[in-house]
Design a binder for this molecule. Structure first.
Ligand code: MN
Length: 155
């Protein structure tokens, strides 16, 4: 049977320029202009009402970054490919393939790809979730009081 015709299995195409899964639409990360980010795509891999959650794949191009944000809902992140860094709370860490990241409630977070490598990761979230909050100028000033954070933050 041709898996591409299967209702249950999506073939994975690691060598495609647009890294991803057959038949899974590649979406914009966010509505343009709604929040600061750079060079990120999104694919929703699993989403059924019965799951109560969504599994998404995000791909950040070299030099790109996700939005610096926080929210009540949590993220469980598995890095699938590439490398970069992550800011969670007051921590900045280098990350690479198969590392796991947990983002607790109301904790600032931002994912960055290295300048010479993409950063692709799975992200598990609840289907029902609050809207992300963006940092105010005061929040940013407080975060940047730590030199390591100041160096890591992209806006
Ligand atoms: Mn988030």
């Amino acid at each position: 049977m041709d898996l591409q015709e299967s209702a249950y299995t999506r073939s994975f195409r690691p060598d495609d320029e647009a890294f991803g899964w057959d038949g899974v639409e590649v979406l914009a990360y966010k509505v343009d202009g709604s929040a600061p980010f750079r060079a990120v795509t999104r694919q929703v891999l699993f989403e059924e009402a019965e799951h109560g959650c969504q599994l998404r794949y995000f791909e950040v191009s070299p030099g790109g970054h996700t939005t610096l944000e926080r929210h009540q809902h949590v993220h469980a992140v598995l890095i699938l490919r590439g490398r970069g860094s992550v800011l969670i709370g007051s921590e900045v860490r280098e990350i690479g393939e198969h590392d796991l990241c947990s983002v607790p409630p109301l904790t600032w977070h931002q994912f960055r790809a290295a300048d010479d490598a993409p950063l692709g990761f799975l992200c598990l979230v609840s289907s029902e979730r609050d809207r992300p909050q963006l940092p105010s100028d005061e929040d940013l000033a407080a975060l940047r009081a730590d030199p390591a954070m100041a160096q890591a933050i992209r806006t």
